[in-house]
Design a protein around this ligand. Structure first.
Ligand SMILES: *Cc1c(COP(=O)(O)O)cnc(C)c1O
Length: 406
């Protein structure tokens, strides 16, 4: 069963206009019609295989969407100009003024800010809770609740959501379960575990080259078409459309995703185990000490490993900043947000990507200001990387903080 993902992807085959091995790129914003009647029918959404205008759909975006639907095992997928473009469209498609959302409290900072600050304009309220507390999730459901939202592996704390269990709660209450799977493509297949809608920021692992932003919504054909509806589709009307040239380039990068994910996971697992043995406060779902380890093990596609993200708490922000600067100086990676690059990327989420979350809430969820998030790269010799990283920790006297327990 776990091999199904890559097989589906491998079975996709397109020929370009001149028999090229890559599909042709549609370099056009608008499309001509021979008959005015066909144009009218296409506008009404009744003509299969006809293109009208590229905000609605374009061949390149459909190819990429098809590959992503195969990746997640959903009927269909719509690509968007960013991960936030996918997330905001899904939420505004599912919720009306006055509705209610149940969301994990450890989610991407932008998603958190959108739910907490922006949706208030429409009177849409969100209950943020510990998504691993299933009783709390069930108890938070009200007659106005329109969705349950979480990340399969959360940003930045790497909490693991029990997707099958959440899906049971969602189904019992006829609510859609929406899962952001950005941190764990291939490793976790949320739709196969019962999620109704799966979202990715393609900006991260799936594209993998840190050269663009993009996103996707994977779901039923009915839902994907509703997002594109010219009269009331949030995807169509909010206008977060991916450019065809980018869609084509992301599709080409996606073909190496399985190889990259295995290497990211292998390297992260190696470092997590070593640093844990050294007594450092490392969090990685592949460690036996991780609170979500068994849930992850039970729901993952094991050949892809536990993912490329790990966190290390070095006690305080000064330590974190010093370590990150030194690591960059010694060419071990970049002090940068984002993830899924060939080089290791590191940032202190408390002061960057999660700074939208108020300080007291950060503390409540265990997001200390000495926490560093690492997106481990594709380093060829990870033992050498480990020794170099350890040298940085030693030179900064950070190894000695290992005894300070939170
Ligand atoms: C980066 C990220 C997003 C937002 O995606 P963009 O492509 O930057 O809009 C959403 N969710 C998660 C988990 C992310 O890491």
């Amino acid at each position: 069963m776990s091999h199904k993902n890559s097989n589906n992807l491998q079975d996709l085959q397109y020929f370009g206009e001149y028999g090229g091995v890559n599909p042709s790129i549609s370099d056009a914003s608008t499309y001509t019609f021979i008959s005015a009647k066909t144009m009218f029918d296409t506008f009404e959404g009744n003509t299969e295989g006809c293109y009208l205008y590229s905000r609605h759909s374009s061949p390149s975006n459909l190819y990429l969407g098809e590959a992503l639907a195969a990746l997640e095992g959903t009927e269909s997928a719509n690509v968007t100009a960013s991960g936030m473009g996918a997330i905001t469209a899904v939420i505004l498609q599912l919720c009306n003024a006055g509705d209610h959302i149940i969301s994990s409290r450890t989610i991407y900072g932008g998603t958190y800010a959108f739910m907490k600050n922006f949706l208030i304009k429409f009177g849409i309220k969100t209950t943020f809770l510990d998504i691993t507390d299933l009783d709390a999730v069930a108890a938070a459901i009200t007659p106005n609740t329109k969705m349950i939202y979480c990340e399969s592996v959360s940003n930045p704390l790497l909490e693991v959501a029990d997707i099958s269990a959440l899906s049971c709660i969602a189904k019992k209450n006829e609510l859609p379960l929406v899962v952001d799977n950005t941190f764990s493509p291939l490793t976790i297949s949320p739709a196969k575990l019962g999620a109704d809608i799966v979202i990715h920021s393609l900006t991260k692992f799936i594209n993998g080259t840190s050269d663009c932003v993009a996103g996707v919504v994977c779901g039923t054909t009915e839902f994907c078409l509703s997002l594109k509806d010219v009269n009331n589709g949030a995807g169509m009307l909010l206008g977060s459309t991916l450019d065809s040239l980018r869609a084509a380039s992301i599709l080409k990068n996606m073909r190496t995703l399985h190889i990259r994910m295995k290497k990211h996971s292998e390297n992260a697992q190696f470092l997590a185990e070593k640093f844990e043995k050294d007594g450092l406060r490392v969090v990685y779902p592949g460690l036996l000490t991780h609170s979500g380890h068994l849930i992850m093990k039970g729901q993952m596609n094991p050949e892809y490993g536990y993912g490329g993200l790990l966190t290390m708490d070095v006690g305080n922000l000064d330590n974190a900043n010093a370590l990150m600067e030194l690591m960059q100086e010694r060419k071990l990676g970049y002090l940068a947000v984002s993830l899924g690059f060939y080089k290791t990327l590191f940032s202190a989420p408390g002061s960057s990507t999660s700074s939208e979350i108020p300080l007291e809430e950060q503390e409540k969820m265990g997001l200390g200001n000495g926490l560093i998030r690492f997106s481990i790269g594709l380093d060829d010799d990870i033992q050498r990387t480990y020794l170099l990283m350890k040298k940085c920790l030693e030179d900064l006297n950070i190894l000695s903080i290992k005894n300070i327990k939170p």
